[in-house]
Design a protein around this ligand. Sequence first.
Ligand code: TNX
Length: 520
Amino acid sequence: MKKNLLIPALFIAAIMVITMSFKTKIPSDLSKESIIPKPVSITATGDYFTLKKKSSIFVAVEADEMIQIGQYLADKLNMATGLSAKVKTISAEPGSGNIYLALTDLDKKFGDEGYELTITKQLIKLKASKPAGIFRGIQTIRQIVTNDTISKRPGVYKIATGTITDYPDYSYRGMMLDVSRHFFGVDDVKQVIEYLAYYKMNSLHLGLSNDQGWRIEIKSWPNLAAHGGSTEVGGGKGGYYTQDQYSDIVRYAKERYMTIVPEIDMPGHTNAALASYAELNCNGKATELYTGTDVGFSTFCTDKEITYKFIDDVLRELSAITPGPYIHIGGDESHSTKIEDYIPFVNKVQEIVTSHGKQVLGWGEIALATLKSNSVAQHWTKNVSNAQKAVSQGAKVLMSPATKAYLDMKYNSTTPLGTHWAAYIEVDEAYNWDPATLVPGLGKETIIGIEAALWSETVTNLDDIEYMVFPRLPGYAEIGWTPASMRNWEEYKFRLAKQEKWFNAMGINFYKSPLVPWKE
Ligand code: TNX
């Protein structure tokens, strides 16, 4: 008799344990989601939405652009969950169990990149004024789904309900990749673009020329790529992008609402060009290719007419394949150019850039010249006077302080890659600063945003890139997006720890900093 009762009792107990464990695993507080960058506002409503096998992604208008974004989300969700969501168009709100992406006029504060995400028991609804906002918003959906792939029943994902309203603090949020010291192929660059997109960054600056290599085909000066691109630091074979390959990168970035900013560094950092064309040298003799890591030894011949013909040709061809507003002219560490030559040189190059319909971005030193009000100086050194000079001329500043935002700086003395001439930059150090209070006299309104810079003297492949970039990159993304008053390392580090699941899913080679409370 007793035996007969025991079995059903055990059965009931087992069911209770299972349901309870389901209950605790069901996410019901949207405000607890680990989203990076931290959204401006999250209101939780305490319930959950269920994403299932039959869920579809509906886009409100039959615009190719919206279908493309929907497809991007479908591809990423399907990959993360094993579901097979499809993209469909619809003229009104879809029925329950689906995701709905719609363009509508939101308040001005949302700008082009802001979005509103409303999750109810029935529907995930994402609204934005512009497709760029929809694209940023789907990254939030991706992150929530990645965090919550904890459902025990395969093919069913539960997502907490509520509303997220979100828009960026700064308009420029980017990373610089030096493809000159070591060359990285198109696929590696695309991978970096994917990483930036996940954290809502919108700009990738490519250092296309330096002493060690010229990395972009210029049809009117073919020896730049053919000879100047033929090596790299350490003497490897280097490489360059054909204009078609560059355009492919630009297109890939554009589909992720990201701008490519190409840099041709001058008048210093120009040995690869000086080795390719004898006439660019004051003595008329081509230099040898260079594969070391010194800086400051090369300069264009600033009083030769051919120099400006050359720059005009290069920047004309580059501008024609660059839809973004900026051409970066470098201008840093021109230790071999006399200051009385440097200033008129930068002024002239600024005119050339303008004549091709573009704006100048340049390293801080360009503020020694006469800047146009739409030019931007990129602050990088401990010396803050150049940034201040730029602002006093009415120009704007992009923040890349080497002591905080240089991705080639080692995390600590044991980091195998990188350098430490500026600082060791642990993950908290990279996160814990405010662009608007860093340089005396530079208010927030003078700053277009932030860029983390990865110089590649010691970085030779995608694995190396990942190790220096992760896990610092999400922090830079948050500095650019989330208001400083909402940021706090002690809270951020737990959200960062949750990213480990995505790092692992993506096979990212990241630095497992002891300062982050990793779970896995
Ligand atoms: C300084 S930062 C440079 C680069 C180096 C970098 C290494 C700047 C504008 N110039 O030429 O690659 O340090 O960290």
